[in-house]
Structures are given as C-alpha cells and as structure tokens.
Design a protein around this ligand. Structure first.
Ligand code: 5GP
Length: 116
C-alpha cells in the first residue's frame, strides 16, 4: 500500500486495467486476476476501507451497497437461485493480501465446506 492507496485504487481510477463487470456510484466489481471458481468477482467500495475491522457507522453504507451490488449481479448472470459464496478475508489469519476491503463473489460450481 502507498500513500495513494492500494492496487484497487488504481483500478478505480482506471490507472490499472481490470475486467470490470459492475459499477455504480459506490461500488466497482471486476474479475479476480487469479480466479478460484468459474465466476470470481471482486466487489470493492469506491472508498478505501483497509480491513473488515475498519468498517464503522460512518462507512457502513458502502458495505450495504456492496451486498446490493452482488445481489444485482448474481440476478443479472442467472446465478442467484443456484447459489454462490461471498467471502471477506481479514488480516493475516484471513489471508488478506490487498488492504482495501473486498467481497469475493465465487459462483458457477459447488463450494466446499469447511473452507480450510
Ligand atoms: P485477498 O487475498 O486480499 O482476500 O484477495 C485479493 C484478491 O485480489 C486476490 O484474489 C487476487 O487474485 C486479486 N488481485 C490482486 N491483484 C489484482 C489485480 O491487479 N487485478 C485483479 N483483477 N485482481 C487482483
């Protein structure tokens, strides 16, 4: 992370290319560069919130919008009924690697549980 933020800020500002599949005023959705399922989209807020621990009353609206964006998208691609997984990794034990919160939308196959 730099003063200007993470790689995800560069995707938001279009300095870095990404395969964007969803956008609204608050949220951007784009394909993960290293997909773990046939459909693997990252939904990020257009505000840098570093980790799940940093979600608070002032920025919670962005998190709500991320969920609504996912609902819109899974309906659009016809995966709502089949089901999917939404994951947020936090810090070391969660194996978070980019410190700008993101929801992984994983779909297109049956998921394993427990995740390991
Ligand atoms: P985390 O491990 O932090 O939960 O997830 C970060 C995700 O970002 C990883 O799944 C990784 O593949 C993805 N990622 C990292 N760099 C890029 C990038 O430059 N472009 C895209 N589209 N995805 C990225």
């Amino acid at each position: 992370m730099t003063e200007s933020g993470t790689i995800f800020d560069q995707i938001i500002s279009r300095e870095l290319a990404a395969d964007i599949v969803y956008e609204d005023q608050y949220v951007l959705g784009f394909k993960d560069i290293n997909p773990q399922a046939p459909i693997h989209i990252l939904f990020i807020p257009k505000l840098r919130i570093a980790t799940h621990n940093d979600i608070n009353i002032d920025n919670i609206d962005y998190v709500s919008k991320m969920h609504l964006a996912i609902n819109h998208y899974v309906n659009q691609i016809g995966e709502a009924e089949n089901g999917y997984r939404v994951v947020m990794n936090c810090n070391k034990n969660g194996q978070q690697t980019v410190f700008h919160i993101h929801m992984h939308l994983l779909a297109g196959r049956a998921m394993n549980w427990p995740p390991g």
